[in-house]
Design a protein around this ligand. Sequence first.
Ligand SMILES: N[C@@H](CCC(=O)N[C@@H](CS)C(=O)NCC(=O)O)C(=O)O
Length: 203
Amino acid sequence: MKLYSSPTSPYVRKVRMLLIETGLDDRVEQVAIATTPIAPDAAIAAANPLGKIPCLERPDGPAIFDSRVICRYLDSLHPGRKFYPRGPAEWTAATLEALADGMLDAAVIALYESRLRPAEAQFQPWVDAQILKITRSLDALETLWIAHLGGPLDAGGLATGVALGYLDFRYGALDWRATRPKLAAWHDGFAALDSYRATMPPA
Ligand SMILES: N[C@@H](CCC(=O)N[C@@H](CS)C(=O)NCC(=O)O)C(=O)O
């Protein structure tokens, strides 16, 4: 299998961590590309009409995307403990995963606004609204989700840990730990995983 990848993409990082955690890492070749909404890479646009990474090409079926679908697919390929539980826990894990990915969406969109748009076309209230989505979600993680995060690591926890790592990478000034000590302590444990350390974005 071939994974269109970038060392700075948090969505790709989720997939790479899952590959390591599930022992599937050596079944996937990573193809590094650089793509943005206004300068799409041709190979990724051909594989995924949305032009986004990650995208997984398989020898025995069409390419699959996005990161949640890829993670779910990879989780079906290994015999070990599943990141996508079945039964009532499935919906809890999936909702947490959606929350964490939503934080990433807001963070990536706000970054594109400041990096890709010319200064005169930027709209600060819109960026502020994206940051508000992130801070509300962080508060929910600290209060409503912390008990769940303390249980076995599932796809929701994986996405949460990666999203927090992305805030450290791109939004250090947000200082998300300052008012969220339980989440900070949980993330310290997550950040000790070999798979997290092996997928750190370049400084
Ligand atoms: N929902 C997608 C989001 C993927 C995404 O936005 N990836 C970014 C890189 S971090 C990208 O490819 N951006 C290029 C674009 O938006 O055209 C997923 O979970 O895979």
